[in-house]
Design a protein around this ligand. Structure first.
Ligand SMILES: [Zn+2]
Length: 133
């Protein structure tokens, strides 16, 4: 597992993407950044819609951008407010997409807007998610 300080730039980029989140309904600003296998950083912002089911999490936007960049994720960071007092980690759907693209050892870094940073590997967050062979 990588040290949290290694991901400062990734967190900074996720925080910038968070500022650009389109959240007129929830006001819950989230941004994400992926360090790709090509050593690039791609970002994603939460995007909502008046048709609420069409909202897309910042993490999946960033993971899809990683694919569009011709790479795979090696670390995923997100920055958001706390959820019910706790550090916000990716939702189940984003964890599943991350598992598909990055595998069980993908590093996930979750940072709050008040500066707490926690880190885990995907296998700890989604231990029994369906995986390709
Ligand atoms: Zn999600």
């Amino acid at each position: 597992m990588t040290d949290v300080t290694d991901h400062e730039v990734l967190i900074e980029r996720a925080a910038m993407a968070r500022e650009r989140a389109y959240v007129p309904y929830s006001g819950f600003r989230m941004g994400a950044a992926v360090l790709t296998t090509g050593e690039e950083i791609v970002v994603g912002s939460l995007v909502e819609n008046v048709s609420l089911g069409l909202a897309m999490c910042a993490e999946r936007v960033a993971l899809f951008a990683c694919v569009a960049a011709g790479a795979r994720p090696q670390a995923l960071a997100l920055v958001s407010p706390r959820t019910d007092g706790s550090v916000t980690f990716p939702c189940g759907a984003c964890l599943q997409v991350a598992l598909e693209l990055g595998g069980p050892d993908l590093v996930v870094v979750a940072a709050t807007t008040d500066g707490e940073v926690q880190q885990a590997i995907l296998a700890d967050l989604l231990p029994r998610g369906p995986r390709k062979a």
